[in-house]
Design a protein around this ligand. Structure first.
Ligand code: C2E
Ligand code: CA
Ligand code: CA
Length: 652
């Protein structure tokens, strides 16, 4: 053959080789080498590259005169067949790895899987003696023997294993991966079919290499699985991988690492510092575990998944992580201690479903006095939380939510002027669940909006029946969760509800707790403005708890500030507390906001407050939150007695 003809003849192989080299370079540049799947993929590329190169050598030396040329061509062909026969078993195993069930294959299973492959390799290796696979005729022409068909049969077998496995674990693989695998198996099958039917079209390796390129672009590509800020896998990846592990019935260990003070770090040190802290935690975790075990699950929680049932190893890793939090972390310009809660459990034992792991990632973790990894029975808080969530759903279905009212009194007259609506849940299974427990659970379960609507509707029903007006109450306070406020369409819905009941929005005073993450301020500000334009009034709740960012708080347009009971109670105890209360009152006054002090329980507290410029009081001293009827009775009796007092005073 002329050089041109040779080139022509081997063009498919040259293209295959180029494809393989490109894929190899790209894969290595991207550093996709950590997982078993990545490593097998690289081996596949190397294998195909080797086959392509040997076939190019065959094309160059075949048909040339001389025993040397013949020997080279023959050796190259032999090597290419030896390697090529291992391609489909590797492909098949790659599919098992991607589906996630290769991990369950025992050594016996693996040996069984490899048996047909070993058989083909044996007949190829024996070919120089037996000519079972191929031989050369009198004119040194390459001819196939029955062995070639046996090899193809085995190749089909492995394709079928791959395909069968894919169908069996259809749900364990994402649809993108699934489609890529189907595409890849089809392409390889077409190549084999063409090659077996038309010997001269040397297309098989080329279709293999094309399929390899497809794999690189779809399956090996993990960009959409990576969290840019931390370099760990993102929540999407966590969710997919959990689904995969659970559908393929694997046992695995779960470690949760929650940085509990991330919100305050964010607020105090800013977002670049908190990003840097998160990154340094991720970097540290990568020194303990391979990168593919680490997931960044929610704004401050890492989840680690370790395959297998070695609970001791997981326990050791978990306590090592917890210990690391005794030292400072690097936050870019500053180093600081961070606080962490570490949880550990295994699936399916502690976490039978994917939702259980995600639930753990999202649920607040109870604070323990003693530093300790929460595992085993300590995880019962998750069960309680789950039960509360069920109670919430029951509550909505069976209408066991009730709104209580707690009166608010004006200073200095101590006349009842308004009331706060407080939600109660009377569950038939759990009994009375406190709102401090069910409100966060409702936020997490995504039903806080339904609860918020319910409270507003109840308050509107109350106002619409005229009783509050009759009793001289100017407004009803309705608590809002920040999560609820920043939902799209929130303001519009609130307006719709009051309009439906024909209630004047000025009679609704929304209360919002100040513990808002800094980046929510803009959204919240827009909602408050919108509703205030609609006539509603707003109160800042729980002033003095959490980390107040004064400027941001006061840039929100509140009418009233409710000073938290903690401030009042410490003012009673010591002079520092007293100074804080005095200064808070003075400062809020200067900002021209009305002031309410919560948690008045005793006469002494009342006396203390009467010396300060406070507008309203609320607390158990006057009344606990009570059911509506009880509240109305109380308000009526106080209204009437103040009425008689006024008449008596007016009398000569
Ligand atoms: P909050 O808005 O600060 O409500 C005041 C809480 O303090 C109420 O607790 C009330 O019973 C309690 N309290 C009032 N006066 C005193 C007192 O003198 N001493 C003591 N020790 N406590 C007093 P409650 O009803 O358990 O509510 C707890 C929190 O749950 C509320 O705090 C509020 O943040 C949330 N919450 C209650 N109802 C709703 C609601 O409908 N929506 C939302 N988003 N949150 C709600
Ligand atoms: Ca409140
Ligand atoms: Ca409060």
């Amino acid at each position: 053959m002329s050089p041109m003809a040779t080139l022509h003849y081997s063009s498919f192989y040259i293209c295959s080789a180029l494809l393989c080299v490109s894929c190899l370079c790209y894969t290595l540049i991207q550093g996709r080498v950590a997982r078993r799947q990545n490593q097998l993929y690289i081996l596949l590329l190397l294998n195909m590259l080797f086959c392509a190169l040997s076939n190019i050598v065959v094309a160059f030396f075949e048909g040339k005169f001389g025993t040397e040329a013949h020997l080279i061509a023959d050796t190259a062909r032999f090597m290419s067949i030896v390697f090529h026969a291992s391609l489909t078993p590797m492909f098949g195993y790659y599919v098992l790895l991607v589906c996630g069930n290769a991990w369950q294959l025992s050594y016996r299973g693996l040996a069984l899987y490899a048996l047909p492959f070993i058989f083909t390799e044996l007949i190829i290796l024996m070919n120089p003696l037996t000519n079972w696979v191929y031989y050369y005729d009198g004119t040194f022409q390459y001819c196939r023997s029955w062995g070639v068909y046996a090899i193809y049969l085995v190749a089909f077998f492995y394709m079928l294993v791959g395909l069968g496995n894919l169908f069996r674990y259809w749900k364990a693989v994402t649809s993108a991966k699934r489609n890529a695998l189907v595409f890849f198996i089809t392409l390889v099958a077409i190549g084999v079919f063409v090659q077996i039917t038309w010997q001269d079209i040397q297309i098989e390796l080329f279709t293999d290499a094309l399929a390899g390129l497809g794999l690189m672009l779809s399956i090996e590509d993990e960009d959409d699985r990576i969290d840019m800020a931390t370099g760990a896998y993102n929540r999407r990846a966590l969710s997919f991988d959990l689904k995969n592990f659970i559908t393929t019935e694997q046992t695995f260990q779960v470690i949760g690492v929650r940085i509990t003070d991330m919100a305050s770090v964010h607020r105090v040190m800013g977002s670049s510092a908190s990003d840097a802290f998160l990154r340094s935690v991720a970097d540290y975790l990568r020194t303990l575990l391979p990168p593919y075990c680490i997931y960044y699950a929610n704004p401050s929680t890492y989840i680690i998944l370790i395959r297998g049932d070695d609970e001791n190893q997981a326990a050791e890793i978990a306590s090592e992580i917890l210990d690391r939090f005794d030292e400072k972390w690097n936050g870019g310009k500053v180093d600081s201690l961070l606080h962490a809660a570490v949880t550990r459990g295994s699936s399916p034992k502690n976490f039978p479903t994917r939702e259980d792991v995600l639930f753990m990632a999202d649920s607040p973790i109870p604070v323990k006095e003693k530093k300790k990894v929460l595992a085993g029975r300590d995880l019962s808080y998750l069960l309680r939380r789950l039960e509360v969530e069920r109670a919430l759903h029951r509550g909505l279905e069976e209408r066991t939510f009730e709104v209580y009212y707690q009166p608010v009194y004006e200073m200095p007259s101590l006349r009842m002027t308004s009331a706060e609506a407080l939600l109660r849940l009377h569950d038939r299974v759990l009994g009375n669940v406190p709102p401090t427990e069910f409100i966060p659970a409702a936020e997490q379960a995504g039903i806080i909006e339904a609860l918020g609507d319910f409270v507003l509707e109840e308050a509107c029903t109350f106002i619409a029946d005229g009783t509050p007006d009759e009793l001289g109450l100017s407004s009803i306070g309705v608590n809002l969760s920040v999560l609820q406020c920043i939902q799209p369409g929130f303001a519009k819905r609130m307006k719709e509800i009051v309009a439906r009941y024909g209630v004047d929005p000025a009679k609704i005073n929304f209360e919002i707790t100040e513990s808002v993450a800094a980046n929510d301020y803009n959204a919240l500000d827009a909602v408050i403005r919108d509703l205030k334009e609609g006539g509603f009034t707003f109160a800042m709740d729980d002033y003095g708890t959490g980390y107040s960012n004064m400027q941001s708080i006061f840039s929100l347009d509140f009418d009233l500030v409710k000073i938290d009971k903690g401030i009042l109670w410490s003012a009673e105890k010591n002079s520092i507390g007293r100074a804080i209360l005095d200064n808070s009152v003075r400062m809020i006054r200067e900002m021209h906001r009305k002031i309410l002090v919560e948690g008045v329980e005793t006469e002494d507290q009342l006396n203390l407050l009467s010396k300060l410029a406070v507008d309203y009081l609320q607390g158990f001293y006057f009344s606990k939150p009570v059911p509506k009827d009880e509240f109305v009775a109380l308000a009526r009796s106080q209204h009437e007695s103040s009425h008689t007092m006024m008449i008596q005073e007016a009398a000569p």
